[in-house]
Design a protein around this ligand. Sequence first.
Ligand SMILES: NC(=O)c1ccc[n+]([C@@H]2O[C@H](COP(=O)([O-])OP(=O)(O)OC[C@H]3O[C@@H](n4cnc5c(N)ncnc54)[C@H](OP(=O)(O)O)[C@@H]3O)[C@@H](O)[C@H]2O)c1
Length: 454
Amino acid sequence: MSDTLGIALVGCGTVGNGVANVLLSRPERVAQRAGRPLALRRVVVRDPAKPRDPLVARDLISTDIRAAIHDPNVHVVVELIGGTTVAKGVVLDSLAAGKHVVTANKALLADAGAEVFEAARKAERTVCFEAAVAGGVPVIRALGESLAANQVTAIQAILNGTSNFILTAMAERGMSYAAALAEAQKLGFAEADPTLDVDGSDAAHKLAVLAQIAFGVTAKPHEIARQGIDTIDAIDIGFANELGYTIKLLAEAWTGGHGHAGNGTKQSRGTAPADHGAPTVALHVAPVLLRHTDLLAQVRGAYNAVLVYGDIVGETLYQGPGAGRMPTASSVVADLIDLGVGRAQRTFAAAKLWSREGRGFTVEPPERVRSRFYLRLQVADRPGVLADITRILADEEISISSLVQHEAAEEGGGPVPLVIVTHYAATGRFRKALTRINALSTTAAPAVFFSMGD
Ligand SMILES: NC(=O)c1ccc[n+]([C@@H]2O[C@H](COP(=O)([O-])OP(=O)(O)OC[C@H]3O[C@@H](n4cnc5c(N)ncnc54)[C@H](OP(=O)(O)O)[C@@H]3O)[C@@H](O)[C@H]2O)c1
């Protein structure tokens, strides 16, 4: 077997301990797949006194990032610190020192992908990041390699396990949002501060990474419209269920023309081709109502799933554990093996990710995405209210598919919930109608709305 590949782990927490465990517990298997031995040479942490995986020898551990990066026996630096400050310095310094980099850091890629990949190309080194999206699910390879002959036309994905766990608990066990979140935290599926998970930011970071691979677009996370699950009320889960739907937090990418017949007739969700004819993609993260029978509706608990539409292959689905020590380590070690084989270096050079050589796609705002909508209003229980609402919807050429209003408990009582499901409408026109509906004197609270997945 040829030369050993030396590895420095910078960060040895949840994922880092898993990576160390895989490398140290099955060196023969890893070497056999990589065609050469992979040796863990250094482990860098913040607090060396903390307990680590028992297989990690104490003398490997230090707090000296520089020494690890500049060790001549280290060929690959695995960045598993997280965040966008120290981690960015580790990645850029490693590349400048001539080391390949493996990272699981979606926030860093979404925020500074262009800078990191430019630095890698300049240094003629490779950055691998299979674990950055959907943890143990090999979706980066699927998109970048296995589906390479296709133009991807749409992506629909459950990319945040915490949100999916909470929504599953609310739908299946009738829990409130607060109780479901507390349980997710108790079981270790949610951070003490779960904001980035439940407000859609984490899914937006991951969607930005997928969009780079599928469409060659560099979308900053703040450019991706997002709505989280933190505003979902148990009442909407109940109404959705009554209508035959499940609510899921989806990260979606729709290219112009996906779901449209050649004559412009709407066939399914998506956007019409742009007037200027150039390829466009709309990116957004939002709760979506999916029919109970949809593939993504059946992804439960902390699992992730990514549905990819390719113009040659059709629809493909990738599903599995989106986080956790060993699933994420599985992806990190696969990257190390690819570097050992020499495959990753060739793919990286050909893919030209985050480069100026874009693939012609531009990001468009989600206003043009056509969808059916679920709309819940709190309205005064008196004559004429429904007529006002339907008139506003009609002004925006939005027709109603169904209506649900339960009888008020007692006559002359307070506002009652009214649920309207629309036929297809452009998001922009739906939002315009919404502004007018919210301004009606008979609307007691801001309308709650979600896209429908069919
Ligand atoms: N957790 C998951 O399931 C998962 C899944 C997919 C991707 N990721 C990504 O993987 C990365 C790591 O996540 P994680 O959950 O493993 O994080 P974590 O458990 O918080 O571990 C972070 C590690 O980095 C070390 N560290 C922090 N600041 C440091 C510094 N200034 N110098 C040296 N070491 C420092 C910590 O040292 P101490 O141990 O001494 O505190 C710790 O070992 C993140 O980018 C995350 O987004 C995580």
